[in-house]
Structure formats: C-alpha cells, structure tokens
Design a protein around this ligand. Structure first.
Ligand SMILES: NC(=O)C1=CN([C@@H]2O[C@H](COP(=O)(O)OP(=O)(O)OC[C@H]3O[C@@H](n4cnc5c(N)ncnc54)[C@H](O)[C@@H]3O)[C@@H](O)[C@H]2O)C=CC1
Ligand SMILES: O=C(O)C(=O)Cc1ccc(O)cc1
Length: 295
C-alpha cells in the first residue's frame, strides 16, 4: 500500500496509474503536479489526484513513491528539481518511452539517491494525451518493462514491480540498452513512419480526395500519427542512435522494394511480402498485435 504517491505529469500515463491505484485501493493519497495550473485543476476535477501541488518540491516532499510521467525532454529538468526534496526512503520511478537517457539524467541529478530510482516503461498507451485521456484500466494485461541498473536498490525494484502488478500489468525486467533497441523497432520507428506518411499526404494538392477514399488499412496505420508531437519529438531525439539505425535499415528495405517495382521484379515482391505475412501470422501473433485495439 502506497501512503502518498506523487505524480509529476498527470496526463495519460501518470493519470492512468493514479486512477488504477485508487480504484484498487492501493494508494491512500495522490498528490499531482503538472507545469500548467489548468492541467492540475483538470486532474483534480477528474478525481485523478486528491491534491494539486503548486511546485515539484511540494509534490514530492512527503511522498513515499514518486512517478515521473512527463515528456522525455522534460525528464532531466524534473529530476533535477525534485532531487533536493526526496530522501533515502523515497522511491522514484518513471514511465518514459526510452530508458538510457532518463537513467543518465537520474544519475546526474539524484547523486547518492540514484539507487532509489527504478527506470520503467509501461508498454501501454493510446494516441491521446492529457488528464482527460487517462483511464484506470489502461495497464490491465499490458506489459511494463523495468530497466534497473547495477546500482538500483533491490527493494525499490520490488516495490515498483508490485505497484504495476497491482494495476494488472505483467512486469518484465530488461537491460536499458536492449529496451531502447527493441522499442525503437516496434514503437518508435512505426510512429515515425506514420507521421511521415500522413504528413506527406497532407501536403498533396489532392489530399481531400486521397483521404476520402482511404480504406481500413490506412485508418489502422495512421492512428498513431494522431499522437502528441512534443512527446514524439522527444522520443526520437532521446533514443537517437537506435531510431537512426532502424531508419537506415528500413530505407534499405524500401530501396529494394522500389527497385523491384521499377524493374517489374514480381518474384522479389511476392517472396518478400509473403515472408512478412508469414512472420506477422505466426511469430508476431501475440495478443495486442492480432486485434485492432491500440497497444
Ligand atoms: N502516450 C503513450 O501512449 C505513452 C507515453 N509514455 C511516456 O510517458 C510520458 C508521459 O506521456 P503522456 O502521459 O502520454 O503525456 P501527456 O501529455 O498526456 O502528459 C504529460 C504531462 O506532463 C506535464 N508536463 C509537461 N511538461 C512538464 C514539465 N516540464 N514539468 C512538469 N510537468 C510537465 C503535462 O502538463 C502533462 O500533465 C512520456 O515520457 C511518454 O514518452 C509511455 C508509454 C505510453
Ligand atoms: O497508441 C499506440 O498504439 C501506442 O503505441 C502507444 C504507446 C506510445 C508510446 C509508448 O512508449 C508505448 C505505447
């Protein structure tokens, strides 16, 4: 049972954790902070938080658990701001989509309390953001990856693991570097591709006609291009190396497809498409990948 949970960033991810813990009676009090007063007020009105803090210091001072769920680009500043106000009993964790960058920031800011920091990433979300997008069931039957370092306190890791299990998540522990490569492949690259496709089509003169006759496949593929621009800017820049590697690999594949179309190499296309289909139908046939819902 968490006595006082401080949520820094009360949007989809922070808000959903607060709602889920409250719903299950796993937290006595939630205090929330967001940069904008209007967002804090909204979170209070929606019952996501019990109290709105006027500063990060006020939010974390009495907390036994701190959950940081701000865009990746704001993580370092938030961690630096909270560091003087936490103590050896406070556990600090986060929900950032790439882990190595957050770990570096936490190490730089938290100093001797760095072992109290448990890096985390719920592999659950939608294309919506803000407190109004939060819902208590978001994490049920979804994966949460924790990427402790060699310095992470074992009891802190256990408590964060328990917190996520209490809201219905399956918790996995992974090395941060591996996490960033894996998530670049299945999440960061697809978002970049969707943004690029939709952005490209939006610039065409015949955009209206193109979209009017779009089929279900376009709706599926383009949904994630509705995601928050600042959040995805920060993820791309925060997981730079892995995203660039995958983009290069993707471009090489695309170039081969382009060459096959140009030269009329139908065998290449059918073989390659069939290999991808076989992979999607067998090895990728995981719950969440086979239905049409968001991750
Ligand atoms: N949206 C998604 O599906 C998922 C997002 N994440 C990660 O979770 C984190 C939060 O994302 P969302 O909840 O979707 O975003 P969101 O936009 O819904 O919420 C972010 C919150 O942070 C606040 N905020 C922004 N800058 C701030 C600052 N400098 N100081 C204090 N508060 C600040 C905003 O007011 C808002 O309350 C991000 O790091 C994102 O990469 C992780 C998994 C899924
Ligand atoms: O909306 C979707 O399908 C997502 O992929 C949500 C998502 C966004 C960012 C993450 O780090 C994890 C999950």
């Amino acid at each position: 049972m968490i006595k006082r949970l401080a949520v820094i960033g009360v949007g989809l991810i922070g808000g959903s954790l607060a709602l889920a813990l409250k719903k299950n009676g796993q937290v006595a009090q939630v205090i929330g902070y967001a940069r904008s007063e209007a967002v804090r007020h909204e979170a209070l009105q929606l019952g996501i938080i019990d109290e709105a803090a006027a500063s990060i210091a006020d939010a974390v001072q009495q907390a036994d658990m701190v959950f940081v769920a701000v865009p990746m680009g704001a993580m370092a500043a938030v961690l630096a701001e909270l560091a003087p106000y936490v103590n050896e009993k406070t556990i600090i964790t986060d929900g950032g989509s790439a882990k190595q960058q957050v770990i570096e920031a936490a190490k730089a800011s938290l100093g001797s309390l760095f072992p109290n920091f448990v890096p985390g990433h719920p592999i659950a979300g939608t294309e919506k953001s803000g407190p109004s997008a939060a819902f208590a069931e978001l994490y049920e039957a979804h994966r949460v990856v924790l990427t402790p370092t060699s310095e992470t306190r074992h009891d802190a890791l256990e408590q964060v693991q328990q917190m996520w299990q209490q809201v219905g998540a399956d918790v996995f522990v992974m090395d941060a570097e591996q996490h960033d490569v894996v998530l670049a492949a299945t999440s960061h690259l697809p978002h970049v591709l969707a943004f690029n496709l939709v952005g490209m089509l939006a610039q065409r003169d015949d955009c209206e006609a193109v979209l009017r006759y779009a089929a279900g496949g376009f709706r599926d593929f383009s949904r994630i291009a509705s995601s928050d621009a600042i959040m995805w800017r920060d993820i791309c820049l925060g997981n730079r190396e892995a995203v660039l590697d995958l983009l290069q690999q993707y471009r090489a594949g695309l170039a081969q497809i382009e060459a096959a179309i140009r030269t009329g190499d139908g065998d290449y296309l059918s073989t390659f498409f069939n290999q991808a289909k076989q992979a999607r139908d067998s090895r990728f046939a995981e719950p969440g990948l086979t239905d049409n819902s968001e991750v």
